[in-house]
Design a protein around this ligand. Structure first.
Ligand SMILES: Nc1nc2c(ncn2[C@@H]2O[C@H](COP(=O)(O)OP(=O)(O)O)[C@@H](O)[C@H]2O)c(=O)[nH]1
Ligand SMILES: [Mg+2]
Length: 306
């Protein structure tokens, strides 16, 4: 909970934490709803989701005969919570080897998130984890993953820069299976200049892993850069078309006030958020917990804490 509060402090301080001050305690009128709408849009909750939240709050105000704006804060908190389904556990149990494909645009935080996730799964879930360096586009991308791998003691299967990512994924899948690894995380390149190429590459990687392990990939995690707010939602739609995304990791929420975009992922994309990136170090990937998330957005008195 403390890590949520700290990680979400920018979004809280800019928006949600100021709601009571903004609403004041007057009669609920059109201005109240305008202010609320402005707040939600500015926090990157997104237009459709904002409309849905306001409609639902207005219904409630009518049904319960609320008259004072101060009553709205609790109601808003509950309405926002109701948008967040509890995400299912990652589909990584009940088989010898589970394969998780990680996709997203360049710079969104894929490689860092893979290292953090590998570390989590190895240390908290006690699973044997391997990583495939499927982003073969840049030498630096491969080296970055190898550096993380040796730091967290997770093997990384890689090939030369510029080599076929399908071949790397094939080698890694065969190696993981032969050596009794339970989870293989696959890093990918995120070039989005051409949706068709991206789709082809991701489809191919999926097919290659599925040839060695029937049903793979078992999860396709989309990494979204939280600092890009609603733009990330538009990007996500392309990846949904291209690669059968099953869930989302939102990164960099520690450095943005656009944390409202998380509601949009559940509501507009109908995808579960599994993890949040709340910093650059290896332990800064937290399991998404709806109630902690919403409470952290509204909790006000944290600035004095150590
Ligand atoms: N503050 C912060 N920075 C992050 C987070 N996740 C990733 N980054 C940084 O974002 C940059 C790009 O990350 P990288 O994993 O290389 O992205 P990729 O191109 O998608 O593989 C790096 O400088 C990371 O340290 C996060 O949760 N918080
Ligand atoms: Mg990368």
């Amino acid at each position: 909970m403390a890590i949520f509060r700290r990680g979400l402090s920018k979004t809280r301080q800019s928006f949600f934490g100021r709601i009571s001050q903004m609403l004041g305690n007057t009669e609920i009128d059109d201005d109240t709803w305008d202010d609320m709408e402005t707040l939600l849009i500015q926090a990157d909750v997104g237009f459709d989701t904002t409309v849905r939240v306001i409609d639902s709050l207005q219904d409630r105000v009518r049904a319960e005969g609320m008259t004072k704006s101060a009553q709205l804060q609790g109601a808003l908190q509950e309405t926002l919570s109701s948008l967040l389904a509890f995400p299912p556990a990652l589909d990584i149990s009940g088989r010898e080897l589970s394969i998780i494909l990680v996709v997203g645009v360049n710079g969104s935080g894929k490689t860092t998130s893979i290292a953090k996730l590998a570390h989590r799964l190895q240390n908290l879930s006690r699973r044997r984890v391997m990583i495939a360096a499927g982003d073969t586009f840049r030498a630096a991308a491969i080296e970055q993953l190898q550096t993380w791998g040796s730091r967290i003691d997770v093997p990384v299967v890689a090939n030369r820069p510029g080599s076929d990512p399908g071949a790397v994924v094939y080698d890694a899948t065969v190696a993981a299976k032969a050596r009794g690894y339970e989870i293989l995380l696959i890093d990918t390149a995120g070039r989005l200049q051409n949706n068709y190429n991206l789709m082809r590459e991701l489809t191919k990687i999926s097919e290659v892993s599925g040839k060695v392990v029937p049903g793979a990939p078992h999860e396709v995690l989309l990494v979204l850069d939280g600092t890009t707010g609603q733009n990330a939602i538009q990007q996500a739609k392309k990846f949904q078309e291209a690669s059968g995304v099953t869930g989302v990791i939102v990164t960099k929420l520690d450095s943005t006030a656009k944390g409202g975009m998380v509601f949009s992922i559940f509501n507009d994309l109908q995808l579960p958020v599994h993890y949040l990136g709340l910093g650059e170090s290896i332990d800064d990937l937290v399991l998404f917990t709806p109630e902690f998330f919403v409470e952290s957005l509204f909790e006000e008195e944290d600035e004095d804490e150590a």
